[in-house]
Design a binder for this molecule. Sequence first.
Ligand SMILES: Cc1cc2nc3c(=O)[nH]c(=O)nc-3n(C[C@H](O)[C@H](O)[C@H](O)COP(=O)(O)O)c2cc1C
Length: 199
Amino acid sequence: MEKSEFYKIIESRQSIRKYKPEVPPKALIEKLLSAAMHAPSGKNRQNWRFIVVTGKKRDEYLKYSQKSWQNIKDILQKRLKPSLYDFTERFFYTLGEAPVIIFCYSHNTADEKYLTSVGSVYMAVENLNLACQVEGLGCCTMGAPLEIKDEVNQFLGVTEWPEYKSGELELLCAVVLGYPDHTPPKAARQTEGRVTWME
Ligand SMILES: Cc1cc2nc3c(=O)[nH]c(=O)nc-3n(C[C@H](O)[C@H](O)[C@H](O)COP(=O)(O)O)c2cc1C
């Protein structure tokens, strides 16, 4: 691969909030997750856990997404212009018809609780984002489910999983994905004041 292609993939990735109904094949989702799990992780603990939700279960999640919107909407109303606010509200109500939701968790035990756990999972999530871009898929990483973390944990049943003790799994984000059905304007990047050099 040309170096320039690599940078093009990074720069052309965008959060997608409208999707075609076509469901990506399971093998493709597995490929994305394999790319995710090639990410570096603190002490190589690979402490990520992913839950892939599709079909009826995905539809059932919509009511939770709508609930998470209730916690966020006031802040966004102040920040977004009305048309973008309306679009975002619709996105939360429908998830842009995204056919797949991947819930991303970290795993820590009571005696092994690392500050790096969050970073490791997000490294994997970025790999997932870029793999989607390469595969012609779109995705949107969402922190909104954290607003109703306990309810999402119950919805997914992770509180009942026998292999994990209570509190060992921590929800960090969800990634909705599918085939893009819009080309949003590129969200501007600000580099000013973001980097300090020292010698
Ligand atoms: C940790 C994290 C949480 C995010 N949560 C949400 C979310 O809940 N809802 C949403 O629509 N977008 C969410 N986003 C997407 C950001 O809004 C988006 O990345 C940002 O506006 C820049 O746009 P771009 O991804 O198209 O470059 C999140 C992104 C990150 C990294």
